[in-house]
Ligand binder design. Structure first.
Ligand code: NAP
Length: 485
């Protein structure tokens, strides 16, 4: 089976910070793959901007090297296609906060062509660049502007950023990326829920015991302790990525699969979140082990109380979810790199197999990484004679068999998202009010920790988080799923 690809219109994509890590590692390799898939036309132009002076040739060489590094298999980047892609690239030396380069950029942009500005620079430059684009007339009424986390540090700063962007761009032009929303499985969660009649009748507090959302990382904060220590797991992961997963799991079916219909429903979920009592939160900091240092070794402040791990028990006060908690956890230096949503169904109301004790309900596991896929845990009869023995088996929906070649290469989230920007489809992007509502909720939790002044609980590197996080579940008679890569 061959994937259907509809080419997008010709476009001019300007990447501010086009020589930086995000551009070289994600944005440009994703564009290359879209060209390989036949979606990005050769008439497209990608103009990178950065302060460092370099020729167009030198920039093309830089990106050639990036593609060799980040698309390692030669068969995935045939020479002729590589050459065609590099031809699309251009470079303008430009200072976002100064005068240099803006006129040259303006000369390169084509009229009557879709225009998108990707701000792959630090967030302090978002407002000034938006302003200059407006002031110089480079931003037309149809232009798009793309920004990515961190979208503020708290509610007041997020409001200020939204205000600055809205001075120069309308909301329908602003694309706030959360790359989790571009993942195939996350979109499949919506398909699973809203294109199948099977799950939705069960998707509520009556049938679902609880939901677990886990984003665990093996790496620590080595090398980026300065940034991370000002942020912590709550701001870095919960306010954005985990919140988005929570919203898509919990939201009501939107009336249409259209940007505002979907985003209205997500916003309602955030607004229905109860404040979280401090007793339903756990913060942790990883310890040193024989080979690597502790969190406190990796940041400048030896007394830092910033959390590298957080677990929360969250209640959603609405008709669908009242009484069914969502347990969220994320942390660094854990056993494995894993992101998943586990929807844990209730047990059968009455077991006719009394000899089988401790039955567990069905579980639907939506795995984002590694190996994107969906698994349904079922109970079946153990094969063979000798009585009715039951066992739990996974019904695996990696879609590999059904989709053949199409399933072999799961597109990177950025491939989907950048093409959606060009197509002008905001469904998978966050709206300003959504970001603000998420900050309002997380700010209250962070404020309660600051008042409390307790230290985060230490936890072992390579483990599954602090003991207190296990206790958060145990006291409700539940337990976390194993963190396995
Ligand atoms: P980076 O590697 O430090 O790159 C920054 C880029 O911005 C460079 O090209 C730099 O080039 C340019 N730049 C800096 N100041 C400028 C100015 N005044 N005018 C014009 N260009 C300027 O950073 P990054 O990792 O790519 O991250 C960029 C943004 O994306 C950050 O906000 C980051 O938080 C966010 N982000 C990054 C990732 C990631 O995986 N890297 C993931 C999610 C979000 P010059 O110094 O030559 O100007």
């Amino acid at each position: 089976m061959v994937a259907r690809t509809i080419p997008v219109d010709a476009f001019d994509l300007v990447i501010f910070g086009g020589t930086g890590d995000l551009a070289r590692r994600k944005i440009l390799p994703s564009l290359f793959r879209r060209m390989r898939a036949g979606q990005m036309p050769a008439t497209a132009r990608v103009i990178a901007c950065a302060r460092g002076k370099m020729t167009r040739k030198a920039f093309q060489q830089m990106i050639r090297e990036a593609l060799l590094e980040f698309i390692p298999r030669p068969e995935d980047r045939p020479d002729d296609l590589l050459a065609q892609f590099l031809e699309v690239l251009d470079f303008v030396a430009l200072d976002a906060t100064g005068e240099a380069g803006w006129a040259e950029l303006g000369e390169k942009l084509r009229p009557d062509t879709v225009r998108a500005f990707y701000l792959s620079v630090g967030p302090a430059l978002f407002g000034p660049i938006a302003h200059r684009l407006h002031e110089t007339g480079l931003a037309t009424a149809d232009s798009r502007i793309v920004v990515e986390k961190p979208l503020g540090h708290d509610l007041p700063s997020a409001r200020e950023l939204n205000r600055q962007l809205s001075e120069s761009f309308s909301e329908h032009q602003i694309y706030r990326i959360d790359h989790y929303l571009g993942k195939e499985t996350v979109q499949n969660l919506m398909a699973l829920r809203f294109a199948n009649a099977l799950f939705e009748p069960l998707w509520n507090a009556q049938h679902i015991d609880h939901v677990q959302i886990t984003v665990s990382e093996k790496i620590g904060v080595e090398g980026r302790g300065g940034y991370y220590d000002k942020s912590g797991a709550m701001r870095d992961m919960v306010q954005n990525h985990i919140m988005q997963l929570l919203c898509l799991t919990a939201m009501e079916p939107p009336a249409r699969f259209e940007p505002d219909a979907v985003r209205d429903e997500k916003l309602k979920v955030i607004r229905a979140l109860d404040p979280v009592p401090i007793g339903d939160t756990v913060r942790g900091q990883y310890r040193a082990n024989g080979t690597t240092g502790s969190y406190l070794d990796h940041v400048e402040n030896p007394d830092s109380r910033t959390e590298s791990y957080v677990a929360l028990k969250v209640q959603i006060s609405n008709w669908r979810w009242a009484g069914t908690p969502f347990y969220l956890r994320t942390g660094k230096k854990l056993r494995a790199r894993l992101s998943e949503i586990a929807v844990m169904f209730k047990e059968v109301p009455h077991s006719i197999f009394p000899e089988v004790s401790q039955r567990r309900g069905n579980a639907l596991i939506i795995r984002l990484q590694p190996d994107e896929g969906i698994t349904l845990r079922m109970t079946i009869k153990d094969p063979g004679p000798g009585g009715m023995r039951l066992r739990e088996v996974p019904l695996d929906m990696t879609f590999a068999d059904a989709l053949g070649d199409m399933a072999e290469e799961v597109p990177d989230a950025y491939e989907r998202l950048v093409m959606d920007v060009i197509r002008g489809n905001q469904t998978l992007f966050m709206r300003g009010d959504e970001v603000e509502a998420a900050w309002a909720w997380t700010d209250a939790i962070i404020a309660s920790w600051e008042d409390d002044r307790a230290r985060p609980e230490p936890y072992d590197t390579g483990g599954s988080g602090p003991e207190e996080a296990l206790a958060l579940m145990h006291r409700d008679g539940r337990r976390w799923r194993e963190i396995e890569g």
